[in-house]
Ligand binder design. Structure first.
Ligand code: GRG
Length: 305
């Protein structure tokens, strides 16, 4: 694979992305309680936070890793939905005044501004529970051993050694200049852990995936998870609020260490490029079965929002 070719992803990847984004929207729509079901306000807030927005990168990672390992797309659906629900839950809580305090998310008013803090808190909690309910449900048509691995992976990535831990470090680090190593560690937990889980959940869906393939997914996910965050820092510094659908320049405003403040824009961009190459290198031993993962690496590093 010539990595330069991947800077212009084949049409096939664009079509696949579109199809998978529509698919996950439908899976989530059907899996969430109706807004008319009691308690209506809570269910409306949950649906508001999840549906009709977001790039669905984590679901795409689950689907692409599943495809790479030979899983059937239907078998990946509920894992992909679970990881998107956890992500949406984290965004709802992240936007609240006690965390990052932001009024805008995915181009619309953030959930706590729309429904109030108490309902937003409950909606986040309920989304987290729904994620585990779906991934463990009978409709999730995979074997019990795979299900246990998937649930363990998602629980670990969400907790204090994953996303919640990363957020805690983030809150404690405001106004403090972190080293590049400390920054990478914080992001590996806050953002990387869930991306890693998404990819591994897709991979675990397939039966009897060999260790070499699992290691390839693991090393791909680690590189691309960090690349995602480096690009996020670049976009926070360079893009505008309308394009991002969330408040731009937030990191500087809150005096946070970022890859841009630490390395400068040009070096941060080179780092994103080298992590992209690292992610591709994890897949060197594989042919077309890894094409959607390769396309996704390109999508993540070239994104504009
Ligand atoms: C996990 C127990 C527990 C509590 C929540 C609030 C919190 C702890 C964690 C926050 C984690 C967080 C918000 C990380 C930021 C990750 C990030 C870069 C989000 C933006 O992701 P995109 O660009 O968003 O994929 P879309 O809208 O496209 O889905």
């Amino acid at each position: 694979m010539n990595s330069q070719e991947m800077r212009h992803p084949p049409l096939q990847f664009a079509q696949w992305t579109h199809a998978m984004q529509s698919r996950i929207e439908q899976v989530l729509n059907e899996a969430m309680p109706a807004s008319t079901e009691t308690p209506e306000t809570l269910h409306q807030a949950m649906r508001y936070a999840v549906l009709g927005g977001g790039k669905r990168v984590r679901a795409l990672l689950a689907y692409a890793a599943g495809e790479f390992c030979g899983a059937n797309v239907v078998e990946v659906d509920l894992s992909a939905a679970a990881v998107e629900l956890i992500h949406a839950f984290s965004l709802v809580h992240d936007d609240m005044p006690c965390m990052d305090d932001d009024d805008l998310r995915r181009g619309k008013t953030s959930t706590h501004k729309q429904f109030g803090d108490a309902t937003a808190l409950l909606a986040g909690d309920a989304l987290q529970s729904l994620a585990f309910e779906l991934a463990s449900s009978e409709q999730c048509a995979i074997g019990a051993p795979q299900k246990v691995k998937i649930l363990h992976c998602l629980a670990f990535a969400t907790g204090s050694r994953g996303m919640a831990g990363g957020q805690s470090i983030d809150l404690e680090s405001t106004g403090i200049l972190l080293s590049q190593g400390q920054l990478a560690q914080m992001h590996a937990l806050k953002t990387g852990a869930l991306m890693h889980a998404a990819a591994m959940m897709g991979a675990y869906t397939a039966q009897d995936t060999d260790t070499k393939k699992l290691e390839a997914v693991e090393s791909f996910a680690k590189a691309i998870g960090l690349a995602f965050q480096v690009v996020d820092d670049i976009l926070d510094a360079e893009a505008d609020t309308a394009t991002l659908g969330k408040t731009a320049g937030k990191d500087a405003e809150q005096d946070k260490s970022t890859y841009v403040t630490l390395l400068g824009l040009a070096t941060a961009k080179s780092l994103a490029q080298s992590l992209y190459q690292q992610a591709l290198a994890s897949l060197d031993d594989y042919k077309q079965e890894a094409d959607m993962l390769r396309g996704l690496a390109n999508f993540i590093t070239q994104r504009q929002f």
